[in-house]
Design a protein around this ligand. Structure first.
Ligand code: LIP
Length: 266
C-alpha cells in the first residue's frame, strides 16, 4: 500500500498545479487587488481566495476527516491527525505586479509533523516536492543545498515585514550584514526562498515574521535536500525567526544574525 506521506504529496501536487493555473487565468479576468490585511501594502486578491477555496475543496473531497489551515481564512478542525497548511499564493505582491516569483505552497502535517510538501511556481511551471525521509525534488529530479562554507561568499536571501517599524529595524540588520556576505536577494516568496536554498540557487535564507503556512512546505523540501531549517536558538522555524542553509553555513550565519539581534526586531 502506498505510504500515507506519498499519498498526501500526490494529492497536493495535483491541487497545487490546478490552483496555479487558476491564478494565472484570473490575472486577466478580475480586478486583482481586493482587501488589505496587516497594512496598506499587505494585499489579498480574489485569486488568493479562489485558489485557497479550490485547494480546500479538493482536499476535503478526497479526505473529509482532515484538518485545514489556510492563509486566507480556511480553518477546519479534523479528526484524522492530518492537517493541511495552505498558502494559496505565496508572493502575493509579486503576483499583483506580474513578477514571476510567486507560488502555491501546500504542506501536510501528521500529528503536528510536516510529512509532505509541494511548492508550485506557475509562471515557470516548476514543481518542488518532498516527503519525509524521501528526499527533495524539482520536477522529479533530486535537489540538494549548496556546499558553501564561507560566509563571505554566501548569496543570502531575506524578506521584510509589512510594518514600517519592523522594516526599519530589519534594514539596520541588513546594513551590518551586507558587507560580510557575497550579496542579498529579495525574491518576495518565503516558499520559493526555501526552495532556492534546497536547490542551491541561494546559499541561505532568513526572515522574521513568517506564518507556518508560508514556510511549512519549503521547510520540509529544504530539510530533505540536506539543509538545516530553524530559529536562532536551536529550535524549529517559527514566526519569531527562520534561517535555512547547509549545516556549516547555518552555524556561521546564525551566530552573526544572533549577534545582530535579527530575531529581536520590533
Ligand atoms: C510573503 C512571504 C515573504 C514575505 C512577505 C509576505 P505572502 O507571503 O512569502 O517571504 O517577505 O512579506 O509575507 O503574503 O505573499 O503570502
Amino acid at each position: 500500500m502506498r505510504d500515507l506521506a506519498t499519498e498526501l504529496r500526490d494529492l497536493a501536487m495535483g491541487l497545487a498545479r490546478d490552483a496555479g493555473e487558476l491564478a494565472e487565468r484570473l490575472r486577466d479576468e478580475v480586478d486583482l487587488v481586493g482587501d488589505t490585511k496587516s497594512s496598506a501594502t499587505d494585499v489579498v486578491t480574489a485569486a488568493d481566495k479562489a485558489s485557497e477555496k479550490l485547494i480546500i475543496d479538493g482536499v476535503l473531497a478526497a479526505r473529509p476527516d482532515d484538518g485545514v489551515l489556510g492563509e486566507e481564512g480556511g480553518d477546519v478542525d479534523g479528526t484524522s491527525g492530518v492537517r493541511w497548511l495552505i498558502d494559496p499564493i505565496d508572493g502575493t505582491t509579486n503576483y499583483v505586479y506580474n513578477v514571476p516569483a510567486y507560488c502555491v505552497s501546500i504542506a501536510a502535517e501528521l500529528d503536528g509533523d510536516v510529512v509532505a510538501g509541494v511548492v508550485y511556481e506557475p509562471k515557470a511551471e516548476t514543481m518542488f516536492d518532498a516527503v519525509r525521509g524521501g528526499g527533495a525534488r524539482r520536477d522529479g529530479e533530486p535537489i540538494s543545498v549548496s556546499p558553501l562554507t564561507t560566509l563571505e561568499l554566501a548569496l543570502v536571501s531575506t524578506g521584510f515585514g509589512y510594518r514600517a517599524e519592523r522594516r526599519a529595524a530589519q534594514g539596520e540588520v541588513l546594513t551590518q550584514l551586507l558587507p560580510e556576505i557575497r550579496d542579498i536577494r529579495r525574491f518576495g516568496s518565503a516558499a520559493l526562498d526555501l526552495c532556492n536554498v534546497a536547490q542551491g540557487s541561494a546559499d541561505a535564507y532568513y526572515e522574521r515574521g513568517l506564518n507556518r503556512w508560508d514556510f511549512a512546505a519549503g521547510w520540509l523540501i529544504c530539510s530533505e535536500a540536506g539543509g538545516v531549517v530553524g530559529d536562532l536558538h536551536g529550535g524549529p522555524p517559527s514566526e519569531t525567526f527562520l534561517l535555512a542553509a547547509n549545516p556549516s553555513l547555518f552555524g556561521l550565519l546564525g551566530d552573526r544574525l544572533r549577534q545582530l539581534g535579527a530575531d529581536q526586531t520590533p
